[in-house]
Design a protein around this ligand. Structure first.
Ligand code: GTP
Ligand code: MG
Length: 222
């Protein structure tokens, strides 16, 4: 089966270069936030990484910035319990804020804890003026789950621009990768606030990381 290429513009060499450059800049942990009243003031371009628990959000932040331990990762779901704010870029140069969010859909977390994280994440996503794009991570092996669809619906309704990124692509064969991308493209395209690009990544093998850097860096230039 041949999967049609997504109908999006090819990345130029300049865009790839700027992506590489930006994500090689300094990156500093700014703040971990446990409640909405602790949110730092929004400044410049903000990107948030959302998705089910254990999907690989923190790993992707590390892969993009080329730093292994910037965001804490764990094989146990529910590692990230705060909204973790990072600033990428020098004081006086192009920069962006990246937010590593706690995961949702973690069945074994106690119900009250899961509720706290989920309402924190939702409250942030709904009311953040500086939020330019949400990178919505989906496990390439599993595709979209109902919990993902709920968040997508909420972002469609509140006009929060988001982009679906598949993770753990290294766990699939090339044919399986093409199959899941083809399968999800149609569904993603039906969501009004979703960006049409569907990028398959692997934080472990570095698949799709260059492309994602370039696609995100463009937001700083716009
Ligand atoms: P929470 O903070 O709990 O919501 O999880 P998270 O989405 O931040 O996931 P995290 O980055 O902590 O990764 C979860 C597990 O998946 C870890 O064991 C990672 O090593 C593993 N993982 C993350 N990305 C990849 C990937 O691209 N490939 C493979 N094979 N494993 C990955
Ligand atoms: Mg995490």
């Amino acid at each position: 089966m041949t999967v049609p290429e997504p109908e999006t513009a090819e990345l130029s060499e300049e865009a790839l270069e700027f992506g590489r450059w930006l994500f090689a800049q300094r990156c500093d942990f700014l703040k971990g936030v446990v409640s909405l009243d602790g949110l730092p003031e929004g400044e410049g371009v903000e990107l948030a990484f959302a998705g089910r628990s254990n999907v690989g959000k923190s790993s992707l932040v590390n892969a993009l910035t080329g730093r292994k331990t910037l965001a804490r990762t764990s094989a146990m779901p529910g590692r990230t319990r705060e909204l973790n704010f990072f600033r990428l870029g020098a004081e006086d140069g192009p920069h962006l804020t990246m937010v590593d969010l706690p995961g949702y859909g973690y069945a074994r977390a106690s119900r009250s804890l899961a509720k706290t994280w989920t309402s924190l994440m939702r409250g942030y996503l709904k009311g953040r003026a500086s939020l330019r794009r949400v990178v919505l991570l989906v496990d390439a092996r599993h595709g979209l789950k109902d919990s993902d669809r709920e968040i997508m619906k909420m972002m469609d309704e509140t006009a929060v621009s988001y982009q679906v990124v598949l993770t753990k692509g290294d766990k699939l064969t090339r044919a399986e990768q093409d199959k899941i991308v083809g399968k999800l493209q149609g569904e993603v395209a039906r969501h009004v606030a979703a960006h049409p690009d569907l990028i398959l990544t692997s934080a472990v093998k570095g698949i799709g990381i260059e492309e994602l850097r370039a696609r995100l860096a463009v937001l700083v230039q716009e």
